[in-house]
Design a protein around this ligand. Structure first.
Ligand code: SF4
Length: 564
């Protein structure tokens, strides 16, 4: 039985996992991956397999390992930077000889539409020595997700599914098949198989290395890796594409053929599209056997290109992101790929679209440079606005010596990152999830008298809490401001791990003194009063925590709507 449905790339992954018979799905929200788990949560509510948001990506992977040890299948979802938080169980998971299929779907964000960097998750899969599948369209997203579970169980290893924004968030028709049953619960007879104590870990690592040959063989034969050699087998140019880079190359192929025939090149470039990793080394060598140069078009960082140096002989010129032939910063698109192929710019409707795209990019750049008057802003009436007004007032009162830094304000990842923009311009640093706490502690240790960390409630639970325990232990003079809007607002209002009324107990449990834990209502009318109380805590020469609390307006609207 099969049917055709229009699905986002993320939804195709979710449905592929559902049809592959998963028993559980875990994740932490993050653009562009959020919609995978949202889809599975909706299925869970209708009686489908368990789906849950987790405190962070690390705990999500750990839960997936537990499901796998019970012989059942699970999918873990996250954005690329989430994999940094999950790196410990992710890397070690490869050594375990897992049982039920475990698929880690990671959505990269080239172009940084909603992220702090452009890191490429294929490096992580390579580092962990696990297989990776990279779909180039929604159909492959569905098919490869299903396949990834088979591969995971065949090699007893987690499998990465690498996605990118344009695939995750674009919709296309997908032909879907019948759902499989869930695996029965089972355990292993080998008592030490899942224990990474040194003696067992050495054995498991040797086994991981041993299975690499079979994994490479599987990847080499994968039908997503398509080698196209021109008639006669000889050509001056070889092209390697991967992921969405393959689509952009094909969009320009007719013009490339026309240009080459004008220049009397007798044949097409040779071409290899890569959709599975480890790299299909023999196909790459065959592709480049007679080529003078190879051009690599891959979305993300120059992963394939860097590996080619160890695969090809010196006589082949390698062009790509490392030598600037392909654009290195930002996303690929049909136009910049066209330029890499040496084709003249198109004058068509695509130019108009590109112009719009450039206009948006320019607006963002101008915002970053402080050149425009209407940067992206917090929603009108957002509680964070009142909290930032309060913090700004306190900072202005304390920062009396402009040439000698007296106040450091660090912040974090969430809607409240927009407090860096005018009219607030409050935080001076935003790095990664949870970092505001450690950075404020470091500033205090370095001798800044008034160090203030600003973090959201969900980000605090994700990875700020460890920093708070460090700060309590050292009793550094700093104030952690927690902006509690009772929701994970930035990614579409997912539930936080614990409700607001439990936050106080949790913070006290970390060792914060009750007399230095304030809970304030984030309200415009209370700015002066709140500022006076916050200032007192910032001036206190020990650790204090101040919670500014008011529900996110968007969450409030959604809650009201769901009541109707
Ligand atoms: S979604 Fe909520 S938290 Fe985010 S800016 Fe809007 S009101 Fe503020």
């Amino acid at each position: 039985m099969s049917e055709t449905i229009a699905l986002l790339g993320d939804e195709a992954v979710a449905l592929g996992a559902l049809h592959a018979g998963i028993s559980a799905a875990y994740g932490y929200p993050g653009t562009p991956s959020t919609e995978i788990l949202e889809y599975l949560l909706a299925e869970f509510e209708k009686g489908g397999p368990i789906a849950r948001w987790c405190t962070n990506e690390k705990t999500a992977v750990e839960a997936g390992l537990g499901v796998s040890f019970a012989g059942r299948r699970s999918i873990i979802t996250m954005k690329h930077v989430g994999l940094n938080a999950a790196a410990d169980p992710f890397i070690n998971g490869a050594l375990l000889g897992i049982k039920g299929g475990l698929v880690i779907a990671v959505a990269d964000d080239p172009g940084m539409h909603s992220s702090q960097n452009e890191q490429d998750s294929r490096f992580y899969a390579d580092f962990a020595l696990i297989p990776c599948l990279e779909p180039r369209n929604q159909q492959e997203a569905y098919d490869m997700t299903r396949e990834a579970f088979e591969v995971s169980e065949r090699f007893q290893i987690p499998v990465m599914l690498r996605l990118a924004t344009r695939l995750s968030h674009a919709r296309a028709a997908v032909n879907v098949g019948a759902a499989q049953k869930q695996n029965p619960v089972s355990k292993t007879d080998e008592r030490t198989r899942w224990m990474l104590l040194p003696a067992f870990a050495r054995r498991n690592y040797a086994s991981l290395i041993e299975k690499q040959k079979d994994i490479s063989g599987w990847s080499a034969a994968h039908n997503a890796n398509k080698l196209e050699l021109p008639a006669g087998g000889k050509t001056d140019l070889a092209v390697i594409t991967s992921g969405l880079g393959g689509n952009y190359y094909e969009e320009n192929l007719d013009d490339l053929i026309a240009q080459r025939s004008e220049k009397q090149h007798s044949n097409l470039p040779a071409r290899l599209h890569i959709g599975s990793y480890p790299l299909p080394v023999n196909s790459i060598r065959k592709l480049c056997e007679n080529a003078e140069k190879v051009l690599v078009i891959e979305e993300g960082q120059p992963f394939i290109e860097a590996k080619l140096r160890g695969i090809l002989n010196q006589s082949v010129t390698i062009n790509g992101k490392l030598d600037g032939v392909v654009v290195r910063v930002g996303e690929l698109d049909p136009d910049n790929v066209r330029k890499s192929l040496g084709l003249p710019p198109r004058s068509s409707v695509l130019d108009v679209i590109k112009q719009k795209h450039d206009d948006i990019s320019n607006s963002v750049n101008n915002f970053a440079a402080g050149k425009i008057s209407r940067p992206p802003q917090l929603c009108q009436g957002c509680p964070h606005a009142d909290s930032y007004e309060t913090i700004k007032k306190v900072a202005a009162e304390l920062d009396s010596a402009p040439n000698h830094p007296t106040v450091a304000i660090t912040s974090d990842i969430g809607c409240y990152s927009l407090g860096a923009a005018p009219p607030y311009s409050v935080p001076e640093s935003i790095v990664c999830m949870g970092a505001s706490v450690g950075m404020a502690k470091g500033a205090a240790d370095a001798g800044i008298p008034y160090a203030i960390g600003v973090i959201g409630d969900s980000t605090f639970l994700h990875s700020g809490i460890g920093g708070l325990i460090d700060a309590v232990t050292a009793n550094v003079p700093m104030t952690l401001v927690i902006l509690d809007n009772s929701i994970v607002a930035m990614t579409g209002c997912q539930q936080t791990m614990i409700p607001s009324d439990k936050l106080r107990d949790l913070i006290l449990g970390c060792g914060v003194l009750p007399e230095h834990l304030l809970e304030l209502e984030a309200k415009k009318q209370l700015i002066d009063e709140n500022a006076a109380r916050l200032k007192k805590e910032v001036e206190y020469r020990g650790l204090s925590v101040v919670i500014f609390r008011r529900e996110c307006l968007e969450a409030f609207r959604k809650r009201q709507k769901s009541k109707k």
